[in-house]
Design a protein around this ligand. Structure first.
Ligand SMILES: *Cc1c(COP(=O)(O)O)cnc(C)c1O
Length: 391
């Protein structure tokens, strides 16, 4: 008797799944939206102010100023420091575009510094050589959920009297030396884009600071530079967080610590499963620095032997979602060609761009789903070795 073997039905494992959190909080989210609609106050008001205060408390900071996106948060923070034409801002080329585009849109020049090969964050040892009399700020990015190594950056910043702005878009809830992101520089910029650790159902952002003067300035800048109604003191713009988004974020914020611990557990499960399947030579696991707490916005591995793209294709065929953050470094982007950088200028970043792969990561990811991800990686290696032996 022969048994026909059909392949097991493929259960897709998405890179990210926003629907599970929505289902869990549906009643409360919908109640929050209804509360805003009933109030007739769609812009500003109680919900936005309440969320600003709660978010500042979460970070352990004095002030939080909400705005329309993480991108705007960066622009507002830079503008509050008066960054403009002729100024330079030191940052990393291995980040999302907005980190540097906000500098450039204000007419200033992003000055890139290569990254640490283990954390993918700005390499503090390379910063000081890039400081000039025009350096207006240093903007480290806490990439993938792990803080940049801030202590050496603080020393450089203090020595040269240059403020530090955190791009904390991917690290809401991360810590460095026991302090949360948002308190590690003069100002910190957060994003509530749906895939961030605290994501909403649209766009949103926040600038966090301990300095009340800066907070006051940010409040003016996000509202047309207007401190007294219809009297415009400086060139601000319109960048507000909708009351509906604020109300939904207030529902989600109390869960963030739990969600972040779930992400940490999922990361250590990946670490364990990759080890168990002897995959750690092929896939280099994330390096976790003991100086802080990683909140794993992404679980990013390095793929050996130039096989990243082939592995990604195989995983896609097996319905495992992955992403490449980021395939092309900022210094080699077409829009930044005027800065004059060349391939080879930042070798550590350029190598990372060729090797990194983000695996599925969200707080509700199950062990079974993770097993499938790791099995699929193993399946790729078996297939690839078979092909090589046949050749
Ligand atoms: C998401 C992100 C931003 C921009 O945030 P938006 O809310 O999408 O505008 C900026 N910097 C980094 C590092 C990000 O990941």
């Amino acid at each position: 008797m022969s048994t026909l073997k059909f392949p097991a039905p493929v259960q897709p494992v998405p890179l990210f799944d926003a629907k599970i959190q929505y289902k869990g909080l549906k009643v409360h989210l919908e109640e929050a939206v209804r509360r805003v609609l009933d109030s007739g106050c769609a812009i500003g008001g109680k919900e936005v102010e309440g969320f600003e205060q709660e978010f500042a408390n979460f970070c352990g900071a004095a002030c939080a100023v909400a705005c329309a996106s993480g991108t705007d948060a960066i622009s507002l923070a830079l503008k509050a420091l008066d960054v403009g034409p002729g100024d330079e801002v030191i940052t990393t080329p291995f980040t999302f575009f907005a980190t540097a585009s906000c500098v450039a849109r204000l007419g200033a020049t992003p000055v890139f510094v290569d990254i640490d090969p283990y954390t993918f964050n700005i390499n503090p040892a390379l910063i000081e050589a890039k400081i000039t009399p025009r350096t207006k700020a240093i903007m480290p990015v806490h990439l993938f959920g792990q803080c940049a190594d801030m202590e050496p950056i603080w020393h450089i910043a203090e020595k040269h009297d240059i403020p530090v702005i955190e791009d904390a878009a991917q690290s809401t809830g991360s810590e460095y030396q026991g302090k949360r992101c948002g308190t590690l520089g003069a100002m910190a910029c957060f994003s509530f884009y749906p895939t961030k650790n605290l994501g909403t159902y649209g766009d949103g952002g926040m600038v966090v600071t301990n300095d009340r003067e800066w907070a006051r300035k940010l409040v003016g800048l996000r509202n047309h530079g207007m401190y007294t109604r219809y009297y415009h003191e400086e060139m601000g713009w319109n960048s507000r967080l909708d009351a509906i988004q604020a109300a939904m974020l207030r529902v989600k914020l109390p869960h963030l610590n739990l969600w972040n611990s779930a992400r940490q557990q999922i990361a250590s499960r990946y670490d364990h499963l990759l080890e168990e399947q002897h995959l750690t030579g092929f896939l280099t696991r994330p390096t976790i620095r003991t100086y802080g707490k990683h909140c794993f916005n992404q679980y990013v591995v390095r793929v050996a032997d130039g096989q990243r793209d082939a592995l990604r294709k195989h995983l896609a065929e097996e319905s495992v979602g992955t992403e490449i953050y980021y395939p092309l470094p900022l210094h080699l982007q077409k829009v930044f060609s005027y800065l004059g950088y060349q391939p080879g200028d930042f070798p550590v970043t350029e190598k990372a761009c060729k090797e990194v792969l983000a695996l599925p990561m969200f707080p509700e990811l199950t062990l079974e789903q993770q097993r499938k991800v790791v099995q699929s990686c193993l399946g790729y290696l078996v297939k690839e070795r078979g092909l090589r032996q046949a050749a």
